[in-house]
Design a protein around this ligand. Sequence first.
Ligand code: ASP
Length: 316
Amino acid sequence: MHFAMKSSTSHRWAIAIHGGAGTIARDASPERRRAYLEALEKALAIGRDILASGGTSLDAVEQVVRAMEDDPLFNAGHGAAVNRNGEYELDSCIMDGRTLATGAIAAVRHVRNPISLARRIMEDGEHVLIAGPGGDEYARQAGLETVENSYFFTEDRHQRWQRLQQHQLGRHRAGVEAGVVERGTVGAVAVDCDGNIAAATSTGGLTNKLPGRVGDSPLAGVGTYANNATCAVSCTGNGEDFIRNTVAFRVSAGMEYKGLSLDVATEAVITRLPAESGGLIAVDRHGNLSLPYNSVGMNRGAADSTGRFQVAIWDW
Ligand code: ASP
C-alpha cells in the first residue's frame, strides 16, 4: 500500500476512532470485551503508523475505516446491521478539511469497502452523494471490489435482528435499550503533521431499518465533517437524532462563530441531544481530541504524536 508522504513534521498529529456507541453489554464475557478492544487497537495502530510516518490524514482515516469495514465485529462492511427485509444497505462519507471536498454514498448494497467508494466520488469531484443502485454501478465502473449482498452477513447480527423481531421491539432504540441490538458504526478523524484534517464514517445503519432509510453517517455536516479552520467530526448513534440536530457542523460552528475550544464545542452539542443518542469523535488542527457520548459507552480509541495510544468501551 502506498501512502503520500510529507516531509514537514511541524504539526502534532493525532487520530481518534470509534466503533459505535451503545456498545456491548456491560456483562458481556471477558472474551467479547477483549475482542472489541483488540479490534480497536488494531485499527488505531493502522492510523497511527500512517500519521507517524508522515502520511496524510485522508489516507489515515480511509485505511482505518476500511480495516473496520472488513472486521465483522463492527456494523460497517462485513458485519453490517440487517434491515427489515433481512438485507444490507451501507452508508459512508469522507471529507477533506483542506478544501471541504466530500464524497459519500447511501444505501449501496454491493460495495465491499464503502469508504473507498466515497473517496473515489470525492476525488472525481462531480457529485458529493450518490445513493442506491447508482452507487453500486459507480463502484463497478471505478473498478472497486463489489460483492453479493450476502457477503455482509454475520450470524451474530442476524440473530440479534431475529430476536428484535421476535420481541416485537420494532424500533431500533427499543432494541438497544433491551440489549438485543449492538451498534457499531465506525469512524475516524485525524490531523496530520501538515495540519490537515479529515473525517470518515461508515455504517450499515440501524438494525431493522426500512429499506432505503439513510442515516446521519453519509451526510456532510451531520454525521461527518472536516474543515481545517475548525475541526473534523465523525458521529455514531441514533441517526435520526443526529440529523435533526445537525451535529457535526454544529460543533464546527461553535468553534468558528463563538470561538469555543474543541471540548466545549463538542460537549455543548452532545448535552443537547436526546438521552442515549450516541456520541462523536473530533479533532482540531492543533491535535486536540474530544470523544464525548451520552450513551452507555462508545467503542473508541485515541492516539497522537506525544505517545498517547488508548482504547476504551466505557471509562478510559
Ligand atoms: N448513526 C448510524 C445511523 O443512524 C448508526 C450508528 O451509529 O450506530 O445510521
